[in-house]
Ligand binder design. Structure first.
Ligand SMILES: [Zn+2]
Ligand SMILES: [Zn+2]
Length: 349
């Protein structure tokens, strides 16, 4: 089968490789749509410790089950699914009880040495319905299925931030994770939902998913605007989904005293900041003095992402900006790196 192999930064090659045997407990899925994640871009741009070379990356995909192992119970050939490739150790206490999902040393598709989704097919070592394999609703396209994982990362942030209906919220960065968070905040209902980005396209998508206030960070001072919109108090919740040192610091500036700052972005650059010091010209910007409740948020809420997409709160047409064939994966990665032009770029092998 054809697959895109990751050989290191800026080195992705489409090659012919042998598909793994299905195995007793596994399944083979023909990939119909496979999304490029922000977390795929980090190892593409620079050496990234979690990613081994010589593997197929990609962890956001959907397709058709074309083969199942002899011991697979409730996953059938012909099922339209999105899935999670993971290989348990089969030796730990959890695995001995056949509770593979809790295996502590499981390998994961596209990350720790197991092939991922930028390929014609993917091998799922363990096929268990509603654990590693999820059936698409009839109303969902394959692209919708491939969006469940990233939208689920966005809904996870909102779960962590525990918004109240009266809260004012700003989401910094309207990439796919920020958009997932916006859709979830909208679904729960908050008093004012703001977002900022440098891309008109992403802001337009944010509007469609329910943002009330769009701030174009190339034209407007985001902190000033958030202060105006919150009568000078600052936002109750700031979601940092932009991932730049500047946006992290701005988030501290625009959250209200005792407010929550939920950080989901992956930062490519390190930076220094002193949590105790206010910055020049910005009174009350000390994280400590202000009592900011800082929440780290990297996790996935697949059920939450699935639920929003199933109910049509996020649709492929709103957030998938480009589709490329597998042969053009390098061009697809280049497009995904162009944050002004792209939202979610998909591969259709
Ligand atoms: Zn992802
Ligand atoms: Zn195990």
């Amino acid at each position: 089968m054809k697959a895109a192999i990751y050989y290191g930064p800026y080195n992705l090659k489409v090659e012919d490789i042998k598909l793994h045997e299905v195995g007793d407990l596994g399944a083979i899925v023909k990939i119909r749509a496979s999304g490029i994640c922000g977390s795929d871009l980090h190892p593409y741009k620079q050496k990234w410790e979690r990613y081994s070379t010589g593997i197929v990356i990609g962890h956001e995909y959907a397709g058709d089950v074309v083969e199942v192992g002899s011991k697979v119970k409730d996953v059938k050939v012909g099922d339209r699914v999105f899935a999670k490739a993971m290989l348990p150790c089969f030796e730990c206490d959890f695995c001995k009880k056949e509770d593979y999902m809790h295996c502590r040393s499981a390998k994961s598709g596209g990350v720790w040495g197991l092939h991922g989704g930028f390929a014609e097919y993917i091998w799922l070592p363990i096929a268990m319905l509603d654990k590693t394999v999820f059936r698409l609703a009839n109303t969902m396209s394959y692209q919708d299925g491939a969006l469940v994982e990233p939208i689920g990362v966005g809904t996870y942030v909102v779960n962590r931030a525990e918004p109240a209906h009266s809260d004012t919220v700003i989401v910094l960065g309207a990439g796919i994770i920020g958009l997932g968070a916006i859709a979830k905040f909208k679904d729960l209902g908050v008093s004012k939902l703001m977002t900022s980005d440098i891309s008109e396209k992403r802001l337009k998508a944010a509007r469609e998913l329910g943002a009330d206030i769009l701030i174009d960070a190339t034209k407007e001072d985001v902190i000033k605007r958030v202060m105006q919109e919150t009568s000078g108090k600052g936002a109750d919740i700031v979601v940092e989904a932009a991932g730049k040192p500047a946006t992290f610091l701005q988030a501290i500036d625009m959250v209200r005293p005792d407010g929550k700052m939920a950080v989901v972005a992956t930062y490519e650059e390190s930076f220094d900041f002193n949590p105790s010091l206010a910055r020049p010209g910005m009174p009350m910007t000390s994280l400590v003095r202000k009592g900011v409740r800082l929440i780290g948020c990297l996790g996935g809420d697949w059920a939450g992402g699935f639920d929003l997409i199933k109910r049509g709160k996020v649709k492929d047409k709103q957030v998938v900006s480009h589709v490329f064939p597998l042969d053009k994966i390098v061009a697809a990665f280049e497009m995904q790196m162009n944050a002004r032009e792209s939202i979610k770029v998909m591969i259709e092998p």
